[in-house]
Design a protein. Sequence first.
Length: 101
Amino acid sequence: MNLEQNEWWNTFLADDNAVILDVRTDDEFNSGKIPGAINMDIYKGQGFIYMLEELDKTKNYYVYCAAGGRSAQACGIMNQLGFETAYNLLGGMSQWDGPIE
């Protein structure tokens, strides 16, 4: 599901079962991330799939990348793997004006 920034962040803040997933490269991740995010680089292909399969499918995932394309793709993959809830951040980090660490 695609969400605009305010809805994505506010839904995350109210969600006791939430995980933020950053699907950018390590270099992008290390240059600044949304607080608490875990990094899984979608460009790792099958390795990305293996990492996803280690995650708890009962959690709600808030997924982002640089501009929203890779994260939309990641949400699609997650849905195919049986994840019930994956929210894509429209605009990604390029339009993010929330907290960064």
